[in-house]
Design a protein. Structure first.
Length: 238
């Protein structure tokens, strides 16, 4: 692996869903066990051969810069890209200089056991434009579901059905060519980019991840992450 392989970590959000915890600390500095979630991510990326991280920052950027510095103590180079206004999940990429031909983009609040090295090897090896790491989730409808005809007659019934979906984990393999579809200086999200690429007939690859994944954006998920971290920490070797 090239030592300069890069990961862009999105760490500029307000953390509104995780309040009141994020009133004092930015969400990437919320502790999971004895480490902030962003430190866990940085150590994972470094262990998988990432040589450079660009932190996309905005809210409480000075706290993140003070804690992580240049990345020297983590054995990795850390640069910062400061947004002067919120740019969504994909808009910040247009601010960044010297992005390589392919790079990781990921949210700064994701706890997972994805093999980032193998993920990017597949993305680059197959010359993909955009690769989404996806996780299967189950949705329970906690009611009896009625199916009726146009005339209003009951034609079917399902007691508390379950449906499964593939959802984005917030981890992406990205080709620099994608920047052509991202407007400069505007808020632009992952959803908007996907709709643009689909409309343009460009291929986006969805790669299921069958291992551990948790977005700690909500209080319930954050509490779950804290409870499950000791076991996950062992499997990650951290």
């Amino acid at each position: 692996m090239n030592e300069t392989r890069t990961a862009v970590v999105l760490a500029g959000g307000l953390g509104s869903r995780l309040r009141p915890y994020t009133v004092v600390l930015p969400k990437p500095l919320m502790p999971v066990g004895d480490k902030p979630i962003l430190e866990i991510i940085i150590k994972q990326l470094q262990a998988h051969g990432i040589g450079r991280i660009v932190l996309a920052v905005n809210h409480q950027a000075e706290l993140l810069r003070a804690f992580f510095g240049t990345g020297e103590r983590f054995g990795i180079r850390i640069d910062y890209s400061l947004e002067t206004k919120p740019l969504g999940t994909m808009g910040p990429l247009r601010l960044m200089e010297s992005l390589p031909e392919n790079f990781i983009v990921m949210n700064g609040d994701v706890l997972c056991d994805l093999d980032f090295r193998a993920f990017m090897d597949r993305h680059e090896g197959k010359q993909r434009l955009f690769t989404i790491a996806a996780s299967e989730r189950e949705q329970l409808i906690d009611y009896g579901v009625l199916i009726r005809s146009p005339e209003g007659q009951l034609t079917g019934f399902s007691e508390k059905p379950r449906s499964t979906y593939l959802v984005s984990t917030g981890v992406y393999g990205v080709s620099r060519k994608v920047l052509e579809w991202i407007p400069d200086g505007e808020a632009f999200g992952f959803d908007q980019l996907m709709l643009k690429l689909i409309a343009a007939g460009r291929e986006v690859h969805v790669e299921p991840h069958k291992g551990y994944w948790l977005d700690i954006g909500r209080p319930d998920d954050y509490h779950r992450a804290v409870e499950e971290w000791p076991q996950l920490r062992v499997s990650l070797g951290l």
